[in-house]
Design a protein around this ligand. Structure first.
Ligand code: MLT
Length: 394
């Protein structure tokens, strides 16, 4: 056998595994300490009633000979794809149902889609960003160039003509910084991708947190993006599906090269390598887009936004610079007193029993920064904010 030596080029462990390990150690040593977890962006509110009721109905269907379902379509059931299509239509984006592919979440498809591209593609990745993009490409051995995001550009890097990427990653609202591109800014990225004959892989996992109408919720809100962008999204954040595993990927018909259609390639890939998401979960996901589902989900999103506001207000009071928190569930703050990211992680965990995510885990530009999530419970967020205020003398 010949093992993939690129695994040697990965950091030894995945960021959130390192954190979980460190937290478990502290918890074991301090059984009396209540630890508040604002690290990984995992939701805490249960699934909304509309989703539960749809899934209960689907379980009943599975129990009857007449309505039982075996293998489903690899690319997802029509009823869910149609609901997603009409969700996009309501934001002014016209998609065909066969451009939408149901997945078991954004993380898998962010990696799987790379199978359509050879290893000699040059990849442009923002720094800092969700570490999965880098790891996926390190594993495949692609050359990675970074688009530097920092305070000077509001953590929103813009195209650099001197760089010639083939694959461009954009995550907006960004994980971890919470910074979101306006439609005008994204139009610059689309024009750049076309000049460079590159493809954009657009991660829209946090679009549901956007309230500012100037910000884009989908790359397809930019004219011409359907020629050059794949959009990957998840129901994890919009509807608390982190434990359910369901999302979707939009691969437009218009992306072609040398007679190869990306949509057809993806369909071919999915039919061979994927057997679809289970029927019950897809029924639950479809209920997200019903009037009842949408109303219930809006309430949950408001709950998390209230948490984000609490954390942001705390940073304002303490005079700690930050981004995010408004169109995003993440607050990206500068570590106080010049501390390094991991130093602050240890300090906050030991002194206040609060878990966050060290910015350095998202790339070199994240050093000296730190991410807190608004996905905790309101009570825990309130308690965390009080502890932070006490720690920093307010
Ligand atoms: C995060 O905390 O960055 C995310 O929850 C990770 C993910 O969505 O996989």
């Amino acid at each position: 056998m010949k093992l993939n030596k690129n695994y040697n080029n990965l950091k030894q462990n995945y960021l959130f595994s390192i954190i979980a390990h460190k937290v478990a150690e502290v918890a074991e040593k301090n059984p009396d300490k209540t630890i508040i977890r604002l690290g990984i962006g995992d939701v805490t509110l249960p699934l909304v009633p509309a989703v539960i009721s749809a899934m209960n109905g689907a379980v009943d269907e599975m129990s009857q000979k007449e309505t039982f379902k075996g293998y489903g379509p690899e690319q997802g059931y029509g009823f869910l794809k149609e609901n997603i299509r009409s969700y996009y239509e309501r934001m002014g984006v016209c998609l065909e149902t066969n451009e939408i592919f149901i997945s078991d979440g954004a993380k898998s498809d962010l990696s799987n889609i790379l199978g359509l591209f050879t290893e000699d593609n040059v990849v442009l990745i923002p720094d800092p960003v969700y570490p999965v993009y880098v790891d996926d490409n390190v594993i495949d051995g692609r050359k990675i160039v970074f688009a530097d995001a920092d305070e000077s550009n509001g953590f929103l890097p813009m195209p650099n003509e001197a760089v010639n990427p083939d694959i461009i990653y954009i995550c907006s609202p960004n994980n971890p910084t919470g910074a979101a591109y306006s439609k005008e800014q994204l139009a610059e990225w689309v024009a750049y991708a076309k000049r460079k004959e590159a493809i954009i892989l657009y991660d829209a996992a946090y679009e549901c947190f956007i309230t500012d109408p100037n910000m884009a919720r989908s790359i397809y809100q930019v004219e011409g993006a359907k020629d050059c962008a794949v959009e990957i999204c998840s129901f994890s954040k919009i509807a608390g599906f982190t434990g359910m595993r369901c999302g979707y990927t939009v691969v437009p018909f218009d992306i072609e090269q040398d007679g190869l259609s990306l949509n057809k390639m993806w369909l071919r890939r999915q039919t061979t390598r994927f057997n679809g998401v289970n029927y019950i979960v897809q029924k639950g996901a479809a209920a997200i887009f019903t009037p009842a589902g949408e109303a219930q989900i809006r309430q949950n999103l408001e709950y998390y936004k209230r948490n984000a506001k609490l954390i942001a207000q705390c940073m304002d009071e303490l005079g700690i610079p930050y981004t995010g928190g408004e169109n995003s569930p993440y607050i990206w703050l500068r570590c106080p007193n010049g501390m390094g990211s991991w130093e602050f992680f240890d300090y906050l965990l030991e002194k206040a029993g609060i878990v966050g995510t060290p910015g350095a885990g998202f790339g070199k530009n994240g050093e000296g920064w730190f991410r807190l999530t608004a996905f905790g419970s309101y009570e825990n967020t309130l308690e965390a904010v009080e502890r932070i205020k006490i720690l920093f003398g307010k």
